[in-house]
Design a binder for this molecule. Structure first.
Ligand SMILES: [Ca+2]
Ligand SMILES: [Ca+2]
Ligand SMILES: [Ca+2]
Ligand SMILES: [Ca+2]
Length: 420
């Protein structure tokens, strides 16, 4: 117990590991396959009794993608068998896995699933095999991508995180019952609504006042925070019928840009697409005014090969950057940050009607060999919009595993960190 086993799921291969446990012990086996980013691989994990009866099995789970988590409370003292294999026995020598086996907590969701940077707040870890547990958490001072909480208790620490959003929106937590417009949870202004579709058929209503002409982006985070929920979002006039609805605009998650038609009260409803529910069906609806955004990206030189920048000493290197402007327009300027010593960038800037621009990196003949996680930052530079501030950075998704037809299957988004 409480070890990580490294193995390979070969073709027609099944691996077994035996642990000893006492009656009442929690045994969890969480396996990492696709998440190791090595190859396209669908791993399966199960916990069996000594007599080979399957007690818990997991092929895929929203929290861990197509990896698996099996969990039991040992029904008696004795040996328990962990089984790991490729889900259709079709592995190969590249199908490396790591299976974490132990008595650690493995909650499948958190409530709320987000908070403000720097805030201290109680968080409920949900859907562990032993139930739920509340812990007081202090969040990092600054927003960061890929943030999550690692559940801990006196038995250990979860091997992977529960995703947790950092945003400046104040939290509202649902109160049941909230199935009607009359008992809907009331809130005001930009808010994050946090709840759980806690049982099959559950649906949650939130009610707020808005004025004609206001425009909100309303985004349901569910799969994006690795919840089991496939959300459906509906907006109604309070006491009236639906005005707008969305199922899957953001992957399985839902998104609506809501232009308020009249002064009045409105109701936001969240439910599961198939009417399913359970403790792992958490969600977080972020309702905020529209915010302009700029995202820069690099174009591929060679198909399926991610561009990197190598600048010869005393020479230069050109990169094409593309810009996506959201909810604003205008010309952009670019600057480099954290470039290696002796490196400068040269760019004409991007005209208002242009979305691609070259950036030339120069290195002086004296520049030392070095490398950096440098940043290229774009900003709106428009004398006609002096009060509008928009800044954006290059986002380069890292494709770890490609599937059929080279389609990205597993992609990582990392934060750049300053190397010095
Ligand atoms: Ca699987
Ligand atoms: Ca609920
Ligand atoms: Ca409800
Ligand atoms: Ca959906």
């Amino acid at each position: 117990m409480n070890v990580t086993v490294n193995g390979t799921a070969d073709n027609e291969d099944v691996d077994y590991f035996v642990v000893e446990a006492k009656k009442g012990d929690r045994i969890t086996a969480e396996v990492e396959g696709i998440r190791l980013g090595i190859t396209l691989f669908d791993v399966y994990v199960a916990i069996m009794s000594a007599a080979r009866f399957e007690l818990s099995a997991s092929d895929d789970n929203a929290l861990v993608w197509q990896d698996g988590v099996a969990s039991i409370i040992a029904p008696e003292d004795g040996k328990y068998i962990i089984q790991v294999r490729e889900s259709s026995y079709a592995g190969n020598g590249s199908c490396l896995y790591r299976v974490h086996v132990g008595s650690f907590p493995r909650p499948m969701g958190v409530l709320p699933a987000g908070g403000r940077p720097g805030e201290t707040l109680p968080v409920k870890f949900l859907a562990d095999i032993t139930g739920e547990r509340v812990e007081t958490i202090t969040l990092p001072a600054a927003a960061q991508g890929n943030f999550g909480l690692f559940a801990k208790d006196d038995k250990g620490i979860a091997p992977s995180q529960n995703p947790f959003r950092l945003s400046d929106l104040p939290n509202v937590i649902e109160q049941e019952p909230n199935e009607t417009h009359d008992n809907a949870v009331k809130f005001t202004g930009p808010t994050a609504l946090n709840g759980v579709i806690g049982a099959p058929g559950d649906n949650d209503n939130y009610r707020f006042a808005a004025r004609k002409g206001e425009v909100y982006d309303i985004r349901v985070h569910a799969r994006s925070i690795r919840s089991s929920l496939d959300p459906v979002l509906t907006i109604s006039a309070a006491g009236g019928g639906a005005i707008a609805a969305n199922d899957d605009s953001a992957g399985p998650d839902s998104y609506i840009r809501f232009g308020v038609p009249n002064d009045g009260e409105y109701v936001i409803n969240v439910r599961d697409h198939l009417g399913n529910g359970g403790a792992a069906f958490t969600y977080r609806v972020e309702l905020a005014p529209i915010k302009p955004a700029l995202i820069l990206a690099t174009a591929e030189f060679v198909q399926y090969v991610q561009p990197t920048v190598s600048i010869p000493k005393g020479n230069r290197y050109a990169l094409l950057l593309s810009a996506a402007r959201y909810d604003f327009g205008g010309p952009l300027t670019l600057r480099g940050e954290n470039l290696p010593p002796g490196v400068t960038i040269e760019t004409p800037g991007m005209a208002a009607n242009s979305t691609v621009m070259p950036v030339i990196f120069h290195a002086t003949p004296e520049a030392a060999n070095s490398g950096r996680l440098a940043e290229i930052i774009g900003s709106l530079n428009d004398p006609a919009q002096p009060n509008m501030k928009v800044e954006g950075r290059v986002e380069q998704p890292i494709v770890m595993v490609r599937g059929q037809n080279q389609i990205p299957f597993w992609t990582e988004h990392t934060n750049r960190r300053r190397s010095s």
